[in-house]
Design a protein around this ligand. Sequence first.
Ligand code: F6R
Length: 259
Amino acid sequence: MEIVIVPDAAAQGELAAGAVADLLDRKPDALIGVATGSTPLPVYEALQRRRDRGLSLDRARICQLDEYVGLPVGHPESYREVVRREVLDRLGISDDRFMGPDGSAEDVVAACAAYEATLKNAGGVDFQLLGIGTDGHIGFNEPISSFASRTRVKTLTEQTRVDNARFFDSLDDVPQHVLTQGIGTIMEARHLVLLATGESKAEAVALAVEGPLAAIVPASVLQLHPHATVILDEAAASRLKLADYYRSTYRTKPSWQGI
Ligand code: F6R
């Protein structure tokens, strides 16, 4: 795992957007997995600025990580709508280059299998952006999710529902269930980039990066990925025992090529 500590969320956004831009240079039709929530927004803003300066996203493809179950089609907080607003509209990416699981399907189990097939037929995910829950989740793989899991229905923990209540009128409005790419699915992406900001994520980050590999901390699975980058602001890095070491490895990298 590569740990990069930057001063703030803006720097985090620039670094991750730079990695996406480098990828699109090499592979213009790359499949880029996006996350929702607050943390990745600076990445999408930085990508929009790069697009204004000439970055081409004309062939880029976008896929979704997870989705609430049961919100009506078009609900502003359904992740499909969030991705449409924050990513597709911003970056001029048309619907035919977007894929996501159908959380409003009558048969959600079939919708999960269909999404797995969609990702496979698309050639797999090249770059997956991840946030981390205060309980250590990635996607909506809550604690004790199997490291081998595929896209499926999960029940949110109370902690995650409380964390996400800020997007809804009340806690009662936060759905109980979600569809999420499984940990096994996420691990097949060719490059994982996990972002965390703020003190509220510091403990989960420390457990994921420096703790033992454990299903109780789903993000710890990144320790097994051949190309995983964790970009943290100072507050999210504040409980890492080896923060100075990570800073020194980043600064002295022999041939710095971005992330
Ligand atoms: C969202 C997702 C979640 C979030 C995590 C952090 O698609 O997969 O894992 O990344 O809950 O959310 P924020 O960034 O809002 O703190």
